[in-house]
Design a protein around this ligand. Sequence first.
Ligand SMILES: *[C@@H]1O[C@H](CO)[C@@H](O)[C@H](O)[C@H]1NC(C)=O
Ligand SMILES: *[C@@H]1O[C@H](CO)[C@@H](O)[C@H](O)[C@H]1NC(C)=O
Ligand SMILES: *[C@@H]1O[C@H](CO)[C@@H](O)[C@H](O)[C@H]1NC(C)=O
Ligand SMILES: *[C@@H]1O[C@H](CO)[C@@H](O)[C@H](O)[C@H]1NC(C)=O
Length: 215
Amino acid sequence: MRAIELFCVVFWCLCASAWASTNREPCQSPSMTSGTLSVSSTGGHDIAEGHFNYNSTAKKLRFVENESHSHKSSHMDVLIHFEEGVLYEIDSKNESCKKQTLKYHRHPMDLPSDAHYESEAYLGSPSKSEQGLRVRTWNGKLPDLHANYTMLTTSCGCLTVSYCYHSEKTDLYFSFMNVETEVDDVHVFAPPAYCDGVALEDTPDDHSFFDLFHD
Ligand SMILES: *[C@@H]1O[C@H](CO)[C@@H](O)[C@H](O)[C@H]1NC(C)=O
Ligand SMILES: *[C@@H]1O[C@H](CO)[C@@H](O)[C@H](O)[C@H]1NC(C)=O
Ligand SMILES: *[C@@H]1O[C@H](CO)[C@@H](O)[C@H](O)[C@H]1NC(C)=O
Ligand SMILES: *[C@@H]1O[C@H](CO)[C@@H](O)[C@H](O)[C@H]1NC(C)=O
């Protein structure tokens, strides 16, 4: 118990100093994250909800849409190797796989190094335990997509809380919940065997992660 209390005090001090620091350079997200990702249109329509795993060192993302949540006949299961620029669309039921190029690398799990710091705020109550969250707001442009974004990260751990994507074509809102800084199964980042030998379909340079979500 004592150890836990000490840990909490130390942790609180670290966070407090992070709060006090004037350094507002874009932070680095943890190397491993997993949790629930929910995507909606700003009009309020649910677009997708599911489980994500992200390795920010290797820049590999897996997103599997929650079947029981989806109203669609098929549910999304995608694996993206951003560094290599490859997107796998996986269908584990009939063991089919589609492979496409994905040359555009930006997505909501990474705060871009050129993000502009906007402000810091406490959502909820700062004085009541478990009743609030300190966040930083960042924004920036995605000129190649003719889009803008506004992103909220936790002040202490640089976890993405939400990401608002605004382009001429579409507005999307991403929320991240129940995030852990670990991944249960490292195999989620490896394409299944039935993806071997599948031809890589070439796509335009501005084909992006955001294209996966349509209202
Ligand atoms: C994440 O990627 C790094 C770099 O490729 C690798 O060393 C590490 O093992 C990966 N972790 C997992 C859980 O896949
Ligand atoms: C999927 O949705 C169901 C029902 O809404 C929920 O009970 C379950 O926890 C969800 N699973 C994931 C991985 O989010
Ligand atoms: C697998 O199923 C999906 C939808 O359920 C379908 O679109 C696709 O064509 C199927 N692929 C094969 C190879 O049967
Ligand atoms: C992005 O933001 C700039 C400045 O705030 C604005 O002029 C521009 O119209 C925005 N672009 C889009 C696609 O919303």
